[in-house]
Design a binder for this molecule. Sequence first.
Ligand SMILES: Cc1cc2nc3c(=O)[nH]c(=O)nc-3n(C[C@H](O)[C@H](O)[C@H](O)COP(=O)(O)O)c2cc1C
Length: 202
Amino acid sequence: MKGLFATALAVLLLAGCAGNQTPASSPTLDEVFATRRSIRAYEAGKTISEAEVRELLTATQNAPSWANQQPSKYYVAIGAEKREAVLELIGGNKERVINAPVFIVSTFERGKSGFFRGTPTDATGDFWGAYDNGLSNAYLILKARAMGFDTLIMGMRDADALRALFAIPENETVLAVIALGYRAQDPSTPVHRPLDEIAKFF
Ligand SMILES: Cc1cc2nc3c(=O)[nH]c(=O)nc-3n(C[C@H](O)[C@H](O)[C@H](O)COP(=O)(O)O)c2cc1C
């Protein structure tokens, strides 16, 4: 009887503890800004699932784009074969991201953002597409940090070889490759220019 009482009490206590557990809370936007850094060393042996990458890319769809043209496209190297192939197409970045489990190639479709019925609406032309892709990628790297991942945007890459590897259509411009993984280094915050050097108030 005494044993039964002790067991019941233990079960109740455990249930109580479980009920009091606070769920892991999401970081605030400021925390994401403060901890997001370009990471150049990743933990080996850790994986990121396709479902997690899908969640990340779904977040990028909230990014604004010129007349909602949504020109950004993503090619995800998550399987070993494509991952290893991408590692050979990023020059000196290879050693920095060798342990990152996922690489995401970002492109944008030309002739969409900045265009109306095939004609550029101003001198900016396809730069609006690049602008939109940058915005979308900003969402990507910030969402990644909020999910506990780390990233490195890589402009040093062989765009032609990536086009061939992923059968990227000719009407898309290949921009960055983004490494996605878990940090294996404590990065320092780079020096930022004084605000009054980059912003003028009138
Ligand atoms: C368009 C672009 C291209 C970049 N290319 C590379 C690259 O090829 N290799 C690299 O190590 N870092 C690259 N970076 C990362 C920058 O060096 C980094 O963002 C910058 O030094 C600021 O550091 P932070 O991201 O930690 O704030 C790139 C960043 C951007 C936005």
